[in-house]
Structure formats: C-alpha cells, structure tokens
Write a protein that binds this ligand. Structure first.
Ligand code: A2P
Length: 331
C-alpha cells in the first residue's frame, strides 16, 4: 500500500501524520508531498526521515491512496491527475464536495455510499462533520426538520498563517494579516468569502453538506459561522427542531452510544465540552443538552471537536481505513 499525504507540511498534514501513527495505519511506502517551496525538506516520522517530494513525483509514483489537504485550487488541478493513474484521492478541500459525481463521507454515517468506481472522495467541512455526527442518530430517531447553528471556530481552521497572525498579535509583532481584522481579543463573524445571498461560503457549506451527508434534502439548516482567537477546536451552539417529540435523557443516552461521540453533560459539576479539552482528541464532544422551551419538539446542544482531528485529519484517515477494510485498495 502506497500512501501519499499531499500538503504534508501544513497544519492538517501534520495532524494527519500523528493520526496515521496513533491509529497504526499500515503502509509499505509513504510519500510526503507539498508545494515546490518545500520540496527537499526533511520530515521525521516514526523514526524515519522522509524528503518532501513534488506533485509530479507523487503522481509518477502512482500511490494507492492520496490524502489531500493543500487547498481547493490544488485539489481541483491535481486530484484528477492522481485519479488518472489509479489513485484514490481523499480530499479535504471544498473543491469536490458538492459535485454530484463525488461522494461526501463521514464513515460512521455514510461510508457505505463509497463504490468501486469512486476515485475522488470528499472529506466534509470541519464544522459540518462535528454537527452531522451528532445529528445523524437523532435524525433517524426523530427526523430533523430545521437546524439553527452558530459556530465559534478556531484559527487553526484557516491554516498556519492564521495561527501566526494570532501569535504575532499576542506578542506585539507586526506580520502578515490573513484575516481582514486583528483576531486576538476579537470575534469575526466572517469565515470564507461572502456570497450573493449575504451568507458566507462556510455557512452555505454547513447548509448543503449536511443534506448530502444525511442523504435528505428536506433537512433545513441556517448557520452563522464565526472565528475566535482559539486553537483547540470548533464549538457550535445548535438548535434542532424535530418532526417527532423526544425525551432528553433518551437523546443523551443515544448520543453517548454513538461511535465517535462523547457526552459531557453534567451542569452540577460544571461539565460541558470546551476546545481546551477537545484539543488533540478524535472524538466529538456534546453537552448542554436541553429542551428548547419556546417551541415543541426542539432541542439545544453544544458540540465541540478538534477541527484538525475529526473535522479534518481523523475523518480523512477513517475514510482511508474504510477503503482498505472494504478492499477498495490493496492493503
Ligand atoms: P507548503 O508548506 O510547501 O506551502 P496550511 O493550510 O496549514 O497553510 O497548509 C497548506 C499545505 O498545502 C502545505 O503543506 C502547503 O505546502 C501545501 N500546498 C499549498 N499549495 C500547494 C501546491 N500548489 N502543491 C502542493 N502542495 C501545496
């Protein structure tokens, strides 16, 4: 099994290597790929020294799987080139997610949609993944009608340059600005570009990707996505209206039995999910589970996950594990 990590020098790429190591993913050859700027750089992984190679070298090596986290433009241009040589691409960018020909996968929810013919498989948006993981079992039980979500997103979602901007501001150093405003001591209600309808692209990703992953176009989502000076993960305040009524204890129970979810919900001891504790973890943490008392069949909850883990690297590696387990690549 020849595995390529494209964008290996980036924040997600770096997390990907940690996740591959922790989960003991087996491969015969590992190719670490980045832009021309990084070609020739050395990276130590599992005690071995790897040299960063170019896209062209990686394509020529015909990897079985390539996990991409190198931005949308790079994916649009290069994923088809890898696919052409027989590679299965798992793509972290938004480039292929809403293309009807590409599967959008959270393995615990819809791994089964992957078919032998699929060459470029999309990894959903980080904010969407953590929300749908909690929505999926509840949708099965009570049918989600409408979701109102506000996010509190980590700077790590923007990449290394954003973490640098925040750290520079904290140290009083003048440096490059990735955001239109200072991020330290600030809250910016603007993630990705603004669209004609007044929403941001990040907000519309949550709207559209949720429907595609749940396989149900009737699920209505409205989102406000917000950037905070936080590094450990994304948090979300989620209000869900169901068709059917529910029991709050049953919801808590159902979520605690869902693979990949940890319920942290004990107000008596100030227990609730926070990015400080989700940092570096693969699970999605859910708490503050309570009935919305203003209308029937409606629930409030608070969802936190490390966006570089389940929101990106972990989910992508789980897709790779799924492909291997289903014998869709040779192991
Ligand atoms: P490089 O470090 O050489 O720029 P982040 O989102 O944390 O900034 O990381 C982005 C990742 O995507 C980095 O590994 C970066 O490599 C990689 N990357 C960016 N542009 C390209 C490209 N055109 N081809 C290959 N990798 C790229």
């Amino acid at each position: 099994m020849k595995l390529a990590v494209v964008g290996a020098t980036g924040l997600v790429g770096n997390e990907m290597l940690k996740v591959l190591d922790e989960r003991g993913v087996e491969f015969d050859e590992l190719l670490l790929v980045a832009s021309e700027r990084s070609v020739g750089k050395k990276v130590i992984f599992q005690g071995n020294t790897y040299t960063i190679i170019s896209m062209q070298e990686a394509i020529a090596a015909k990897p079985d799987i390539a996990i991409f986290s190198a931005g949308g433009g790079t994916s649009l241009e290069y994923a088809p080139k890898f696919a052409e040589v027989g590679t299965r691409v798992i793509d972290n960018s938004s480039a292929w997610r809403m293309n009807p020909n590409n599967k959008l996968v959270v393995p615990e929810i819809n791994g089964h949609v992957i078919e032998d013919k699929d060459r470029v498989i999309a990894n959903p948006n980080c904010s969407t993944i953590q929300m749908v993981l909690a929505l999926a079992p509840l949708h099965k039980a009570y049918t989600v009608k409408r979701v109102v979500v506000s996010t509190y997103q980590s700077v790590t979602g923007t990449g290394k340059a954003a973490v640098d901007q925040m750290n520079n501001e904290r140290q009083g150093i003048e440096g490059d600005m990735v955001y239109p405003y200072p991020i330290d001591k600030n809250v910016i209600p603007h993630i990705d570009v603004f669209l004609e309808n007044g929403y941001t692209k990040e907000e519309m990703k949550m709207v559209n990707e949720t429907k595609k992953i749940l396989g149900d176009d009737t699920v209505q989502v409205t989102a406000t996505t917000v950037r905070l000076p936080v590094v450990g993960g994304h948090s979300e305040s989620v209000n869900i209206e169901f068709e059917k009524d529910f029991d709050v204890d049953e919801v808590r129970n159902m979520l605690s039995k869902t693979p990949g979810i940890v319920v942290q919900d004990n107000p008596a001891i100030n227990e609730y999910p926070m990015p400080l504790f989700a940092h570096g973890k693969d699970e999605v943490f859910v708490g503050r589970i309570r009935r919305d008392e203003t209308q029937p069949n409606t629930l409030n909850m608070w969802i936190v996950a490390d966006n570089l883990r389940k929101g990106a690297a972990t989910n992508a590696v789980q897709i790779a594990e799924y492909l291997i387990a289903q014998k869709l690549v040779h192991a």
